[in-house]
Write a protein that binds this ligand. Structure first.
Ligand SMILES: [Zn+2]
Length: 465
């Protein structure tokens, strides 16, 4: 089966063929950095990281652009409330987002442009729209520039709405708007707010304009995939597409949208407190378990958060991990293989992670049976395929990311030191000196190292959380 995706614009699953053979260009609307991220903010990051890893696995050269919206009303208001410059607020929160993506093992974007670093590109795009009769500068001297919705007949096609039934653009635009659906490309300067010069007056960019300018700067006028959360389809993506296509660009060839992470069936709001901020959640489950949780539902479905579901996901992940650990102990170091055909077919079919995970868990079951039967070779083969699948999902426990092997080689040093201690403990037990054996175990526990006696000898691991 060939790779295919549900394209929001076509409202159907379409075969995917990239614009340039062997290459995929992917734009994802990144964070508006007005607060540190909670897990609802990060689902799209994980979703599109799985997409990217699958494309890489299939041999594509992927250019992944994820922007940062570093200026908006909330950032400005927060800065005013704290009596600091706006960029202190956005810098602080951007770092929190970067850290959260790292914690969850998302590959860094190829390029991560910031909106305020691309004002010349935005001015250029507004110039093209005004020249073509699709935009106008407000005639009240406010500095606002608006997109003229009635000049673009395809407006509404992406979100599937008819222009005459559409709600007004809710962007706080001024009285100089000629039509209530017209939306702001540029917001004229207001006292005490940051602004930049344009031929039409000072001001700051509108959110939609930013993404059009950044996507086309890095990926070209026409590119393969535009992604984002389902809540961005209208007006944000409708407006991005209208601007770019009205200006003469092809823009995105496929639109992919991930469902929302909800709580009690409702979109996660600001009133969550700190308990769902990424650094807090990873005190309760390990980062890799959080990633497994966020990535286990097909990306288009909404996912309702609960602490129980999070811990169930962690337990499911630990069963996978447990098999790989036992397989490693019994059959030797686990290698990697290609992914099984069933897994590939599932991911090719609009990233069907539910079916893909069915193959993963099938391998764990069969692998455990193989170990129980002493079929070492079969167990080793299943373990290798399992690692390959987990790698695509970004949750391979034996990978450098999650095994700690990347920590400047310290894992090996710790392993050697712990082995010495564990041997001393074994020796103490052998001579029936249980007091010494217990002391060694307790000292290791204080250092966060748990020693477990198994039929294959003692095993140690770091205590989590
Ligand atoms: Zn965007």
């Amino acid at each position: 089966m060939s790779l295919r995706f549900y394209d929001t614009r076509a409202r159907e699953v379409r075969d995917f063929t990239p614009l340039r053979e062997g290459c995929v260009s992917l734009y994802l609307c990144g964070a508006t950095v007005q607060a540190p991220p909670h897990i609802g903010h990060i689902r799209s990051g994980v979703t599109f990281d799985i997409l990217r890893r699958w494309l890489l696995h299939k041999g594509y050269d992927v250019t992944f652009c994820r922007n940062v919206t570093d200026i908006d009303d909330k950032i400005i208001n927060l800065a005013k409330a704290e009596a600091v410059e706006w960029w202190r607020v956005s810098e602080r929160n951007q770092r929190a987002f970067t850290r959260a993506y790292e914690i969850l093992g998302c590959l860094p974007p190829t390029v991560e442009p910031r909106a305020t670093g691309h004002i010349p590109e935005m001015i250029e795009l507004m110039r093209r729209l005004i020249d073509r009769g699709h935009a106008y500068a407000a005639d009240d001297g406010s500095g606002d520039v608006y997109f003229k919705v009635d000049s673009y007949p395809a407006y509404g096609e992406l979100s599937g709405q008819r222009p005459d039934e559409m709600r007004d653009a809710d962007d706080g635009g001024g009285r100089a708007k000629r039509d209530s659906r017209d939306f702001a490309l540029w917001k004229g300067a207001r006292p005490g707010e940051p602004d930049w010069a344009t031929p039409w007056g000072r001001g700051r960019p509108g959110w939609h304009l930013e993404c059009s300018a950044m996507a086309t700067k890095y990926l070209g006028g026409t590119f393969d995939i535009h992604g984002g959360g389902l809540d961005l389809v209208f007006p944000h993506h409708e407006n991005e597409e209208a601007q770019s296509r009205a200006a003469g660009d092809g823009f995105a060839r496929y639109w992919l949208h991930n469902g929302m992470l909800t709580m009690g069936g409702e979109k996660m709001g600001k009133s969550l407190g700190n308990s769902l901020l990424i650094p807090d959640v990873v005190q309760r489950v390990r980062p890799v378990e959080l990633r497994y949780y966020l990535g286990q539902v097909q990306y288009r479905s909404s996912q309702d958060y609960s602490e129980e579901a999070l811990h169930e996901a962690a337990a499911a992940y630990q069963r996978i991990e447990g098999f790989l650990t036992r397989a490693g102990e019994i059959t030797g170091p686990v290698g990697t293989a290609d992914v099984p055909a069933g897994f590939a077919a599932a991911l090719d079919d609009d990233l069907g992670v539910s079916q893909a995970l069915a193959v993963v868990h099938g391998h764990v079951r069969d692998g455990n049976s193989a170990l129980a039967e002493g079929a070492k070779e079969r167990a080793a083969g299943l373990a290798a395929e399992l690692r390959a699948m987990l790698g695509v999902l970004g949750v391979d426990p034996l990978s450098e990311q999650w095994s700690g092997a990347g920590d400047s080689g310290l894992r090996g040093v710790v392993d050697a030191l712990v082995s010495v201690a564990v041997e001393q403990r074994q020796a103490a037990r052998a001579r029936k000196d249980y007091a010494t054996a217990d002391t060694i175990r307790d000292r290791l526990a204080e250092a966060g190292i748990v020693v477990e006696d198994t039929p294959n000898g003692p095993r140690w691991e770091l205590k989590h959380g």
